[in-house]
Design a protein around this ligand. Sequence first.
Ligand code: NI
Ligand code: MN
Length: 229
Amino acid sequence: MRSRITWLGHGAVAVETAGRTILIDPFLTGNPAASTTADRVRADAIIVSHGHGDHIGDTVDIARRTGAVVIAVHEIAVWAESQGAPSSHGMNAGGAHRFEFGTVKLTPAVHSSSLPDGSYAGIACGVLLTLPDGVLFHACDTALFSDMQLIGRAGIDLAIVPIGDNYTMGPDDAIEAVKLLKPKRVMPAHHSTWPLIAQDADAWGRRVAAETTAQPVILKPGESCGLMA
Ligand code: NI
Ligand code: MN
C-alpha cells in the first residue's frame, strides 16, 4: 500500500491511503489555482488547519455531500457541525488521535485564525499525519519557528511547506524550515494562487537540493507524488 499525495492548489492537498481519501484544507471554490471542484472530490475525512476562508474553503459542502468527518481544532469542529457537517472530531495543538486511516497530530503554527463569520477559531495548526507507509507533515499557514526541529523528530518522509510569502513564510524562511524539519522530501505550497504570493517553485526546489538534505518535489496543481520516494 503506497499513499499518494495530490496538490489541489494553494494549501489544499488530497491524501489517498488504503482506499481512503483525506483532504487537508479543501479550498476549491474561488481558488484560481484549484485543480478540481468541490462537487467532484472524494473525501472520507477533511482536516482543517485553521479558520481562514482559503483553508476552510468547501469543507462543509464536501462533508455534507460525502459524509466525511471534519477533523480540526475544537472550535472549528464545533463550527463545522453548526454549519451542517454531519460529524466532526475536535482536537487541539499538541494532541494526536488514531483514526482508521492513520494518526493525526495537530502541531502549533505561527499564524492567526478566525472563522468566516468572525468567530473565534482557536489557534492555527499544522498537520502531522502518520500513515501505515510513512509520515506526512503539512506545515499549512505559518511563519518560521524554531520548534519545527521538534516536529521534525517524528521522522518526516514528505513535508509540505508554504513559500508564498506575505501571509506565510517566503522562500528564504521556508529553506530554514526545511533545515529544522529535516524531511526526506519537501514540496512547496501556498504560492502562486494570486500575484501577491507568486513564487518560482522550480528555483526554490534548486535551493532545497543545494542547501538542505531534503529532495525537492515540485508539483503543479493536480499533480501527485508518492508519500515515499
Ligand atoms: Ni491563513
Ligand atoms: Mn492561507
